[in-house]
Design a protein around this ligand. Sequence first.
Ligand code: NAP
Ligand code: HSE
Length: 463
Amino acid sequence: MTDGHNPPLTLGIAGFGTVGSGLIRILRENRAEITARTGREVRVKSVLVRDLSKARACPLPDGARLTDNPADLLDDPETDVVVELIGGTEHAGDLVRKALCAGKHVVTANKALLAEQGNDIFALAAEKKLHLGYEASVCGGIPIIRTLRQALAGDRLDSLVGILNGTSNFILSEMSDKAMDFASALKEAQTLGYAEADPVLDIDGRDAAQKLYLLIRLAWGAEYPYSAIPVCGITDVSPIDIRYAREFGCRIKLICYARLHGDDPQHGGIEAGVCPALVHERFLLARVEGAYNAVRAEGNAAGSVFLHGKGAGDLPTGSSVTADILDIAKNMPPDNTGYACPHLPAPARVIAPHESFSPHYLRLKVTDRPGVLRDMAAILADHAISLAQVIQKDDAAETSQEPADKAEPNTVPLVLMTHKASDDAVHKAVDALAASPFVRESPVRFRVLTGKTGALPNLRAGA
Ligand code: NAP
Ligand code: HSE
């Protein structure tokens, strides 16, 4: 249905998996709303897959053909937009470049591709004056790209903090609330369509880092090299630490953070990272559960803006893809990077670990003898780290991963919360502790998220 004047917008969709199926369902079920908003029909002409014989989650769109030949999208003069939902970087990169070179707009959900090849692809899209929509690549159904590119465009942003990976948040929530083991929770996330084709990207933090890279670029118009982002995933988060975190009134979350130092990214610098962190229950981020994501942006004019929503899955992600398609259908001018300059963004100064400060949680297994607390505090003091709280449990078995009868005798767990200390200092102190004779297991350490003022929330343990 059109108004008789506007020709339909014709899509070639590459990928008929989780996100492709979500998009196809939305285009069918919300057809009337889409036509009302754009004044034209959005139709799918072809859907590209690898395996033509595979069963699909929903029927093909009316009139569309299933193909395993990319040329059916790329060489078709009627196709206005190529929607890349195949994932990976090699074939997807090839498809996106060829589509742009053929004069077709591109919409993608592929953060891995944009983190790896974004500079070239954004430049090509700018040169060809075409849309490169990527709302779905960060935080599934949350409109974070639009928010940074448009709604907060008048602000100077101080920081971004968020939960950007649905799979790892789902796993941590299941481990925390249902005492589910890591492997079963991951399997469930895969069944629900949240995980990447290679779920290692989700649990080792790389998927979240790819998204953070894109957000930094939008927030500050600066190039913070993806390879410079310190990344630690959730594989070392154990039920013991989840329990101790609760004693401090905290949850453990895979946190992404980026903060501007000084007045601009080039001279002041940007501090960024992805790591599991203790988040106090008073913070909204602590209450982000399951596959939900959230981002807190601090602007110098808008103040604190908090976005929360489904970070993965067929329909939420399909919703973001659809919104990008609708921008094209409405003939909006491309505004892919949010900045007027079509060239590479200027490189940001990367804040080094000795300039990055945070409180830390440490868990040690130590020999139960007089003077251990003193020796441990001396090592921390040698690295200019001061203690905020210490918990010592009587029963080694309580915090051991071993069953009670196998727990090492004459050892006790020590759990510490430090005041703010540099990442570098904590790292070196942990190495020194690990090498000391009274520490019996590799120490565990996590950052503790602080509020806007950098203050440590009132922690409950020992109270
Ligand atoms: P998926 O379920 O594995 O689906 C991938 C689809 O692409 C399949 O239909 C597959 O065909 C097709 N495909 C893969 N390689 C191809 C190739 N070389 N040529 C032709 N077709 C190919 O993946 P997904 O979860 O939908 O994810 C797609 C993209 O969205 C990824 O970039 C992912 O990072 C991103 N994303 C996913 C989510 C989510 O919640 N799942 C959220 C945000 C962003 P066959 O079916 O024939 O194998
Ligand atoms: N695998 C990703 C996640 C999909 O779990 O967040 C959304 O980008």
